[in-house]
Design a protein around this ligand. Structure first.
Ligand SMILES: [Zn+2]
Length: 203
């Protein structure tokens, strides 16, 4: 029998994927999300290949820290190595979400950095690194992200998307949403003229 914690985390992961899909932050089979089950030393993670806008709690796979499937009738996300690498190197992180946020990824493609256009950008996204491209699903991508996300809330993957972390899946989702909001502001402002930043002495 799954614990109450596991049941509610399965529901929260399903909810996060639905929101990501409805907001255009992932397409049908893109993106993935996970949560750590600290007592069991296991991870709940979204399945590979399934439509992410309409998952059921039972679609979520349970894997161990080696990536072996403990429960689930479909394959776990191909980005499982990335999620595992983050949990292994950062014990304080309990949820990871990977999206394909189009404005954030688009700005990075053009070499534009996140700047302090609002308070979230100035504080939470003070230093969001743009990590060099690595093949999706590879161990190399997992290691690169794990090294760079330790003391941050999010990183941008060049030619790919965003990874955000939090204490809960909803917290990681909020980071992805805020980052995309900031990116849209920068995009709109850049289109019309110079981007006005918060004065340094006010941060
Ligand atoms: Zn991806």
């Amino acid at each position: 029998m799954p614990s109450d914690t596991e049941k509610s985390l399965r529901e929260e992961l399903v909810k996060c994927m639905k929101i990501l899909h409805s907001r255009g932050l992932i397409s049908g089979i893109g993106g993935n999300a996970s949560a750590r089950l600290p007592r069991e030393g296991a991870i709940l993670i979204t399945p590979s290949g399934k439509f992410k806008g309409d998952l059921a709690p039972d679609d979520i796979c349970k894997i161990d820290m080696e990536g072996r499937v403990l429960e689930g009738y479909v394959r776990p996300s191909i980005e499982s190595p990335l999620h595992i690498a983050i949990y292994r190197s950062s014990p304080h992180i309990n949820a990871v979400i990977h999206s394909h946020s189009p404005f954030t990824t688009g700005l990075a493609l053009a070499g534009k950095k996140i700047e302090p256009v609002n308070y979230e950008a100035a504080v939470i996204f003070k230093e969001v690194p743009i990590l060099d491209f690595r093949i999706p699903g590879s161990k190399e991508l997992g290691e690169l992200v794990a090294q760079n996300i330790k003391n941050r809330k999010a990183v941008i993957l060049q030619n790919h998307g965003v990874v955000a972390v939090g204490a809960t899946p909803l917290e990681a989702l909020s980071i992805i949403e805020s980052l995309e909001e900031v990116s849209i502001m920068i995009f709109v402002a850049s289109h019309f003229g110079e981007v006005k930043l918060i004065p340094k002495d006010q941060i």
